[in-house]
Ligand binder design. Structure first.
Ligand code: GLU
Ligand code: ZN
Length: 307
């Protein structure tokens, strides 16, 4: 199987050292295995994406010595693929529309049980206000926020088969292959339980009112469409992978007859001197700034620990 990885930045700000690390690591891995490195532009959120940032991404990556296959996939041009996936989930009766604002969700959460987390990898954990008793019928509503009914998705009929009993009364568990430092089982897997999903993630968003698909749904569809075998990205997305696995399992065999789940490599994050992880607004760490200051691509590799 050819090793295919991708780097998928959002053109919403300058690439910083953390992005350079992700891109270089993925590119190095692809070269070492005679595989492919793809660049994808995650510009689903058109309200925040800018053409100038996209141009800068191409420039920075080329300067770093990275090459990629063209044409580049851009999420803003792939809505038809996301619609197909949303229709599959809708037909399975797993989606419902939600009209709650952030404030509604916060208010509904205002008396949380002790120890219950309120924030998960998809933001505020949804209290289920709009979840219907019966699956909605008719065509999928357009231009609304749609959530996935996670309880239903975890039943044996849907993704339940991917979870196996861990013994005794223990919750059913599933895993993905993880080659990074955060693997939680000796065999190089990251294991999670149904209980983790219900409690720490909840009914997550798959389509937004002004944005045909959510990041999680789009990423799964893109990776499937592009035949990505290895996802190399920062450890900040480790929990998001649980959501993305679940979506992948629900779509398995529906869009492509054969789909193999990618292996993940969530690498450590590049931090500043105070231990804070770098963000897009950290202009001081922008690759463009290092370039301006006369750094070489080799200097950047050394800075992120890739020699
Ligand atoms: N576009 C996402 C970001 O900039 C990354 C998506 C991914 O690697 O799955 O953080
Ligand atoms: Zn709602």
């Amino acid at each position: 199987m050819t090793f295919i990885t991708r780097f998928a930045p959002s053109p919403t700000g300058p690439l910083h050292l953390g992005h350079a690390y992700s891109a270089l690591l993925g590119h190095d891995m692809a070269q070492a295995r005679g595989g492919k490195f793809l660049l994808r532009i995650d510009d689903l959120d058109q309200s925040r994406s800018r053409a100038t940032w996209e141009e800068q991404i191409y420039e920075d990556l080329a300067w770093l010595g990275i090459s990629w296959q063209t044409p580049v996939r851009k999420q803003s041009q792939c809505q038809a693929d996301y619609d197909t996936a949303l229709d599959v989930l809708w037909r399975k009766g797993l989606l419902y529309s939600c009209t709650c604002t952030r404030r509604d969700i916060k208010e509904a959460q205002s008396a949380p049980q002790e120890g219950q987390p309120q924030l998960g990898p998809d933001g505020l954990i949804y209290p289920g206000t709009c979840r219907p008793r019966r699956s909605p019928s008719g065509p999928r509503p357009q231009d609304v926020t749609l959530r996935l009914d996670v309880h239903k998705a975890l039943t044996p009929l849907h993704a339940g088969g991917h979870f196996s009993p861990t013994g005794g009364e223990a919750p059913r568990a599933a895993c993905f292959c993880e080659t990074g430092p955060r693997a939680n089982s000796p065999a190089g897997h990251y294991t999670f339980s149904m209980q983790d999903i219900l409690k720490n993630i909840g009914d997550f968003v798959v389509a937004r009112q002004n944005m045909g698909a959510s990041y999680h749904l789009a990423v799964v569809v893109d990776d499937q469409q592009q035949g990505v075998t290895h996802v190399v990205r920062g450890a900040d997305l480790l929990e998001a992978t649980i959501i993305q696995c679940l979506i992948g399992w629900l779509l398995d065999g529906e869009i492509k007859t054969y789909w193999s789940q990618p292996t993940y490599h969530h690498h450590g994050l590049i931090r500043d001197e105070t231990g804070k992880r770098l963000a897009k607004r950290d202009d001081a760490r922008a690759i463009a700034k290092y370039r301006e200051d006369g750094a070489s691509p080799a200097d950047i590799r050394a800075l992120v620990g890739l020699d």
